[in-house]
Write a protein that binds this ligand. Structure first.
Ligand code: 4FM
Length: 229
């Protein structure tokens, strides 16, 4: 997959995109990510990319012109893309949406900022996505979250042992508790059942723990199912 990022802060991305599994995905050629500095497309002498809102009000609005010109340049190679704005106004990013986006050949991510983006930019967007009901200072972190989340569903990015598609066992439930060596750490014991080698019992214990954790932390995930369990 190819991903282009339109941003006022391209320097924010280098660490996240080079480390760990995203770095490996890029090295292996499964993922190609490029940042594009919107400010390079401004036409005023102070390189301003934002301006006061018509009608008044606090804050500044990202101007349409630098964004249109940046988008035109990025898409001038003729390869089609799904163009997405990261904004709290968007539809929620979920596992389902991430799985769907992972099937695209190319994404263009526009990072919203300040108090908003000139509404006319919606003419060159296919989608608006939010990573959650809170307001950040910019869409850069949300773009990184989306890239990380979507990449896990690109075949080959995760090893086959850790494939994101194999999480269906616990689909809709929070994860059960995990332990590794030693079995006794500062007097805190690993639950006996996990040391027993009894796979049926282990599976039953994990399911019960996942249900209990979900009921405590996210009861709405259980819906009508969990109320009877
Ligand atoms: C904040 C963009 C205000 C536009 C931001 C405005 C965000 C989110 C986010 C910064 N993006 N999910 N939550 N962006 O807060 O995606 Cl008007």
């Amino acid at each position: 997959m190819r991903i282009d990022i339109l941003t006022l802060f391209p320097e924010m991305f280098s660490g996240v995109l080079s480390a760990s599994m995203l770095g490996r995905a890029r090295e292996s050629g499964l993922l190609a990510v490029e940042t594009h500095d919107i400010r390079a497309f401004t036409q005023n002498k102070h390189n301003k990319a934002d301006d006061y809102p018509f009608g008044g009000g606090a804050g500044l609005v990202m101007m349409a012109q630098p964004i249109f010109d940046c988008m035109d340049r990025v898409l001038s190679d003729g390869m089609p893309a799904r163009r997405i704005l990261l904004t709290p106004r968007g539809r929620p990013l979920t596992t389902g949406l991430a799985r769907c986006l992972a099937r695209e050949r190319r994404l263009v991510l526009l990072c919203g900022h300040y108090e908003g983006v000139d509404e006319r930019v919606s003419a060159i967007l296919d989608d608006e996505i939010s990573i959650g009901d809170y307001v950040l200072t910019g869409g850069e972190l949300p773009a990184m979250v989306l890239i990380d989340c979507v990449s896990r569903f690109i075949p080959g990015v995760l090893g086959s042992a850790e494939s994101a598609e194999d999480e269906s066992f616990s689909e809709g439930l929070l994860e059960y508790p995990q332990y590794t060596r030693p079995a006794d750490f500062r007097g805190m014991q690993v639950p006996e059942v996990l040391l027993s080698g009894h796979h049926k019992n282990i599976e039953a214990w994990r399911r019960q723990q996942a249900l209990e954790k979900t009921r405590r932390m996210r009861p709405e995930l259980l819906g009508n199912h969990g109320k009877n369990l």
